[in-house]
Design a protein around this ligand. Structure first.
Ligand code: PMP
Ligand code: GLN
Length: 398
């Protein structure tokens, strides 16, 4: 006997995910492929990673096939402890202060699962990387949003009084992303100190998403290096961003041992461990990169690409805000006649042969209007792609 209504019941998602649509990265990457547009949308390099990364991967094929230990492969943890500890000026215990994760994405998800109870509030700075509110909601938490304010000079201002008004008795955590996606803002030491003070006052945790820590055109300030941060902060980074292999999905979290232990408790039920050959390869790469010139070269290569895209956009109807870090440029498009950024980005691949991301995806429903005239371009792309995209976009002005 068939029971009516069961099909619908079987396929409907949980209440936790009922409000989720498809992530913009899936939508706009598909659109770019379908229209054969130059893809300045999703942030992944279209060029080869450094040869040391591919060589390390080849050398990590034999003998690295089984589950590594839960906290991460010791060789990788030790390489990270030496590299990160050296930069922080703080000795790090490889298994106590670090956890290897499936990209920064898993670290974010597991952190929310580990620390957020139903009804707990998490302060998110808008625009935000789109996984944050989803992760908060999947943990039963409630996001509280505070918008950055773009200025005439291209900087994005964080109004500390406005930030303070988002904190309250239920605040459990604030997420700070620096260098920031999509704005390219790099938070100053003063801004980070003000955030840490608020976190202290409200006894909140700080989750510092620093996946672009090595791609900064102004001095990058690691939140963990600021006074008062170490007791209450976890920093997250991504091998994929730093070594141009986003498909590897290797990330890590760093922080004080009690917080990392709690994070590990959630992580053990999410992936348990992370791909073994990739961890061994990442260890070899980080050992070579640390202390050498790799990070400096990465920064100057991206600085050059940023300047190339800024110059390429100069002759187009897109007024670019100059990023201080990361590999995205947000531009204002007031001259073009579209209802909003989504309408523009849906039409741009067919009309101009260039794909971009609508920044309203990085705003809460109540604040999407702030992104109505904005568009995000990625410059982690080959020079030819950036230059050709600039020429195509310039034709829109004619
Ligand atoms: N945080 C930010 C700000 C990002 O831009 C990204 C981009 N992928 C991630 C986290 C996720 O990083 P991963 O690919 O290592 O999961
Ligand atoms: N971080 C990348 C971006 O912002 C993409 C990440 C993803 O595909 N989820 O474009």
């Amino acid at each position: 006997m068939t029971r009516t209504g069961d099909d619908a019941r079987r396929t409907v998602g949980s209440r936790r995910i009922a409000t989720f649509g498809e992530t913009v990265f899936a939508t706009y990457s598909r659109l770019a492929r379908e229209t054969d547009a130059i893809d300045l949308g999703q942030g992944f390099p279209d060029f080869d990673p450094p040869s040391l990364v591919i060589e390390a991967l080849r050398d990590s094929v034999d003998g690295y096939q089984q589950y590594p230990p839960l906290p991460g492969w010791p060789a990788l943890l030790e390489a990270l402890a030496a590299d990160k500890g050296g930069r922080l000026g703080r000795p790090l215990d490889p298994t106590g202060n670090l956890l290897v994760t499936v990209g920064a994405t898993e670290a974010l998800f597991s952190a929310m699962q580990a620390f957020i109870d139903p009804g707990d509030e998490v302060v998110l700075i808008e625009p935000f990387y789109d996984a944050y509110p989803a992760d908060v909601i999947m943990a039963g938490g409630v996001p509280r949003f505070v918008p950055l304010e773009p200025q005439q000079d291209g900087r994005w201002l964080l109004d500390i009084d406005r930030l303070r008004s988002a904190f309250g008795k239920r605040t459990r955590m604030i997420v700070v992303n620096s260098p920031h996606n999509p704005s390219g803002k790099v938070f100053s030491a003063d801004e980070l100190d003000a955030i840490i003070e608020l976190a202290e006052e409200f006894d909140a945790l700080i989750l510092a998403d620093q996946v672009y820590e090595h791609i900064s055109y102004v001095p990058f300030v690691d939140l963990l290096s600021r006074p008062g941060a170490w007791e209450r902060a976890i920093a997250i980074s991504s091998f994929g961003k730093t070594f141009s292999v986003t498909g590897w999905k290797i990330g890590w979290a760093c922080g004080p041992a009690p917080l990392i232990a709690t994070l590990r408790t959630a992580h053990q039920w999410v992936p348990f461990t992370v791909a073994m050959p990739l961890q061994e390869a990442a260890a070899r790469v980080i050992r070579q990169a640390a202390g050498g010139s790799y990070y400096r070269e990465l920064e100057s290569a991206y600085r050059r690409r940023r300047d190339l895209l800024l110059a390429a956009l100069a002759g187009t109807p897109f007024w670019a805000l100059r990023p201080e870090g990361g590999y995205f440029i947000v531009a204002d498009t007031e001259e073009l006649d579209y209802a909003d950024d989504v309408a523009l980005c849906l039409d741009l691949p067919a009309r101009a042969g260039v794909s971009a991301i609508p920044p309203s995806a990085f705003y809460s429903p109540g604040h999407r209007d702030l992104a109505r005239n904005l568009v995000r371009f990625a410059f982690c792309k080959k020079d030819e792609a950036i230059l050709e995209a600039g020429e195509r976009l310039a034709r829109l002005a004619q």
